[in-house]
Design a binder for this molecule. Structure first.
Ligand code: ZN
Length: 454
């Protein structure tokens, strides 16, 4: 229970206890539970040295590396296990986030995760860095990079790095994992947008129209749609005080530009999965209580072992849910038509939006080379048709341009395309036909009359 809750409960239960008495009692109880909590750099050095041997066992936690600067009283270390690091070689998205209010000394917890094909995050290393500069993060990522090399894990699958707006994290990831593309968390962009509105005292109706426009840009079906629409959007609001200065960073600066879905199809555009892990660690492992560094470092080893449970479900491949299979069944039995198109080396399946019956060649041409004359024009065009990219027969890796796919990595359109291509068969449980009332049985009328006569 967090200290503030303890204080509140005792405050209401025991009358006459002074604030000082309460603070003293809590301090004494903490000391009894966690020891004096004081950890010297020497003790940290000793602990890290003992724990740095790479164990043979997959789940046992070890210190990947430590860097203790006695002259400037700074330190940094990272812990993981063979089991957790093995995911670095298998998944393509790495993400990191620092969470504060975890230690009494004020040092944050760094959590590095891999994100699986159904967008769930899995921690692969925990760190404690006394400072949070680009060189500290570089140290952390290097620990992962070098240990993987030592134990024979190849990092060839790594493609994307997701983080909040912090530039230090992004530049460190780019430096260590050469060629990695950085995604800038969309949730953090929206938070900064709110701050901008407050700072410039933007009127409420203008706020909602800008915010809605950015939401629509975020789900642009393809990079071409985004590029065509974003300039029109900027022009529409260029007279709003401070807006061009605020938003240009998210359009032109490569560290901040990767927040829209078309930038990386099939990759989350927020850091939410990692932040959910951090929240769960704070609640469940740290019991919503800041820990002394002495306890904290041991807790990190325990966390490595907990998350290293081989039974933990990791989606290395996407999976169709029953919902999208039922939607696909409905579509396939609705008489609506799809349209496969080959475009150079690319093969696509075009699927009409819910209001339409078919896709015309004109609509396909417009989709492939989108050109808008106004931002309004772009908004009206959204969701009219969807495009599934079919680069090979591995339909579980196909991407769609609809917002459901952007959110879940899977949608009914991919199921429809796979069925249409003859690669997938819907299971009987996908049949959404409502079971009607059974027709009453009984003898035919003629027969009963005959029987009555008899
Ligand atoms: Zn879709």
């Amino acid at each position: 229970m967090p200290t503030k809750d303890v204080k509140k409960t005792i405050g209401t239960l025991a009358e006459g206890v002074t604030k000082n008495q309460l603070n003293y009692a809590i301090k004494a109880a903490n000391k009894k539970l966690f020891g004096s909590g004081v950890l010297s750099l020497g003790e940290l050095e000793e602990w890290a040295a003992i724990k740095s041997r790479i164990p043979q066992d997959n789940r046992t936690a070890f210190v990947l590396d430590k860097d203790i600067d006695h002259a400037n009283a700074k330190f940094r270390f990272l812990v993981s296990s063979r089991q957790l690091l093995s995911l670095v070689g298998e998944l393509r998205i790495i993400a990191a986030d620092c969470t504060f209010k975890t230690t009494l000394e004020g040092f944050p917890l760094l959590v590095v995760c891999m994100v699986d094909e159904m967008r769930h995050a899995h921690p692969i290393a925990f760190g404690c860095l006394s400072n949070q500069s680009a060189s500290d993060y570089e140290f952390a990522f290097n620990c992962i990079h070098e240990t993987c090399a030592k134990i024979g894990i190849k990092l060839d699958a790594l493609e994307f790095f997701i983080s909040d707006g912090e530039t230090a994290l992004k530049s460190a990831a780019k430096k260590v994992f050469g060629g990695i593309k950085t995604i800038n968390c969309y949730f953090h962009l929206k938070q900064n947008l709110k701050k901008y509105f407050q700072k410039f005292k933007i009127q409420a109706d203008l706020q909602s129209s800008i915010s809605d426009g950015i939401d629509k840009l975020q789900i642009a079906p393809t990079q071409k749609h985004y590029e065509s629409a974003v300039q029109l959007f900027m022009t529409d609001y260029d007279s709003v005080p401070g807006f061009t200065d605020f938003f240009a960073k998210y359009v032109n600066n490569s560290n901040f530009a990767g927040w829209h879905e078309a930038f990386a199809p099939g990759v989350p555009s927020t850091n939410n999965a990692v932040e959910a892990i951090n929240k769960s660690i704070k609640y469940n492992a740290l019991h919503r209580q800041k820990q002394t560094l002495a306890t904290f470092k041991t807790l990190l080893l325990r966390l490595v072992e907990t998350y290293g449970d081989p039974a933990r479900l990791v989606h290395r491949h996407r999976v169709f849910g029953i919902q999208e299979q039922r939607e696909a069944w409905r579509f396939l039995n609705s008489g609506k038509t799809t349209r496969p198109v080959r475009c150079g080396i690319h093969v696509y399946m075009f699927i009409p939006g819910s209001e339409r019956e078919e896709v015309s060649m004109n609509e396909i041409r417009r989709f492939m080379v989108p050109k808008y004359t106004s931002f309004e024009d772009y908004k009206v065009d959204l969701n009219t048709i969807y495009r599934v990219s079919m680069p090979d027969e591995n339909y579980m890796q196909w991407n769609c341009t609809c917002r459901i796919f952007f959110k879940n990595n899977i949608c009914s359109h991919i199921v429809i395309a796979a069925v249409k291509q003859g690669l997938y068969q819907l299971p009987p449980e996908a049949d959404p036909t409502i079971i009607g009332r059974k027709k009453p049985t009984g003898r035919p009328k003629k027969m009963s009359k005959a029987l009555v006569i008899e």
